[in-house]
Unconditional design. Structure first.
Length: 430
């Protein structure tokens, strides 16, 4: 707690509110007693200036383009470690020892299979359902299959549910993909690492052996790490709010998946690739830049801009590098969409409109090109984002549940509707 306070004067009456300092980043004004002291609510649609919680998990400095998971820079974690190491770090707060890493990898591996009834559950979906609709429905249904890990008051069950989510998301995501293309489900293999297992479950067929390209597996693993967590973004806030009512973790993660699906959030990678395909060629870029700047045109450059980053999204830089690695391995360096993306980035970053509004490419700008090159259809892109973000949602949910001061989230409002009025019987209405 800081010894400083913030003063607010309303109708000649001054109220003091304490400041709280974090370990890094802006201090906060604790306004939890604002209504009881002043009789007024604060008002911040979109929470642009509002901290919803105290957290020790992830820190972003939007002006400097910094992203830290438990204090470690994202650049180091993606280049030096692997995704399951990041999962351990986000869940437990520190990097694992070699023995802890082996144990954690083994525990996750042992939970990668799903209940066999899931295969019948899938048969209820249409084959042409959007994979994100399948993910919301299937993950929401997990509490109907895993009753033994939904008692959130039991730390052991909370950890089992966390491991099950991290372990089963790749299996369910791969099943959603296979189901959509009419191919049989591929079981996980315990002798493969997390990313290789996922790529094999997506692209192997029972009729022949499948060897995962280690460079592509490394790229997939890195993409998972880049997407693992990101402070109190819309979907994480959704998970926390759902969890604050005591809902089981599977239902909370399903709520997060539903929120992530929106094109302003995790759906932007699918929307960004569709936009690049619609632009099609470099000579059409100026037309789309003009549309993005036109206040009367709802079009926005998908993959650009961010609520917090007013500098380059550090994940986008790593994503861009990964894109070039994957395309060179696959021999797709001449991907026309990559040329459009690089030219669009160059033009946008020199255009005064984007410079003034600090609209830089975000992680979704390059991820779509990479995922398409890896062989995923566009409608699977947000599924992969949800797969990777599950550990962040779970870590944030766990932190909230274990916070002794947590209470159900229940915002207030500014009411501008009709004041009290009496009912008019229908035979007396105009
Ligand atoms: C993710 O929160 C997170 O951390 C999210 C995420 C995560 O890891 O969880 O990082 C993942 O969601 C990344 C963002 C993906 N979304 C997109 O790429 C969609 C396109 N971007 C925009 O929709 C927008 O930039 C947002 C939603 C990302 C941020 O919007 P804000 O912070 O609410 O900003 P804003 O809409 O108020 O825009 C500020 C100004 C506006 O102009 P003015 O009204 O001030 O004149 O910038 C303009 C906007 O019109 N603007 C854009 C633009 N983004 C903002 N103009 C053209 N193209 C864009 N992409």
């Amino acid at each position: 707690m800081s010894d400083k306070t913030a003063s607010v004067t309303i109708d000649d009456k001054t109220f003091e509110f304490p400041l709280k300092d974090g370990s890094v980043g802006p201090s906060v004004v604790d306004i939890s007693t604002f209504y009881s002291k002043t009789g007024h609510f604060t008002y911040d649609p979109g929470f642009t200036s509002t901290g919803s919680c105290e957290s020790k998990i992830t820190y972003i400095d939007g002006d400097k383009g910094v992203l830290l998971y438990r204090g470690y820079p994202i650049e180091q974690l993606t280049m030096e470690g692997d995704f399951l190491e990041t999962c351990y770090l986000l869940l437990y707060g520190d990097l694992p020892t070699p023995a802890q890493k082996r144990d954690f990898d083994n525990r996750v591996t042992r939970h990668t299979m799903v209940h066999e009834q899931m295969t019948r559950f899938f048969s209820g979906y249409r084959r042409d359902a959007h994979p994100m609709a399948v993910m919301v429905g299937t993950v929401g249904a997990l509490s109907a299959f895993y009753h033994d890990s939904i008692d959130i008051s039991d730390p052991h069950q909370r950890m089992i549910a966390s491991l099950r989510m991290i372990a089963k998301m790749p299996t369910i995501a791969a099943m959603a993909y296979k189901y959509s293309i009419g191919q049989p489900f591929i079981f996980p293999k315990n002798d493969l690492d997390y990313a290789s297992n996922f790529l094999r479950m997506c692209f192997a067929v029972p009729t022949e052996d499948y060897e995962v390209n280690p460079i592509l597996a490394r790229a997939m693993d890195r993409i998972f790490t880049l997407h693992a967590d990101h402070e109190q973004n819309a979907s994480t806030s959704t998970v926390r709010l759902a969890g604050s009512s005591g809902a089981n973790p599977f239902a909370c993660i399903a709520a997060g998946i539903a929120c992530l699906w929106g094109p302003a959030h995790g759906g932007a990678n699918e929307a960004a690739l569709n936009m690049l395909a619609e632009i099609g060629t470099v000579d059409r870029i100026p037309e789309y830049i003009a549309r993005a700047k036109d206040k009367n045109d709802p079009f926005r450059l998908m993959g650009f801009g961010h609520r917090v980053y007013k500098n380059y999204d550090p994940r986008a830089r790593i994503m861009q590098q990964t894109t070039h690695e994957v395309l060179s391995v696959l021999g797709h360096q001449d991907d026309p969409l990559l040329h459009v993306a690089m030219e669009l980035e160059k033009i946008a970053l020199s255009d005064p409109y984007f410079v003034e509004k600090k609209l830089y490419p975000n992680i979704d700008f390059y991820s779509g090109i990479t995922l398409r090159a890896l062989g995923f259809p566009t409608n699977m892109f947000t599924v992969l984002f949800a797969l990777a973000r599950t550990v962040g949602w779970i870590a944030q949910w766990k932190e909230m549940i274990e916070d002794p001061h947590q209470k159900i989230g229940r915002p207030r409002q500014l009411y501008t509707g009709a004041p009290r009025r009496d009912y008019v019987p229908i035979d007396k209405r105009g």
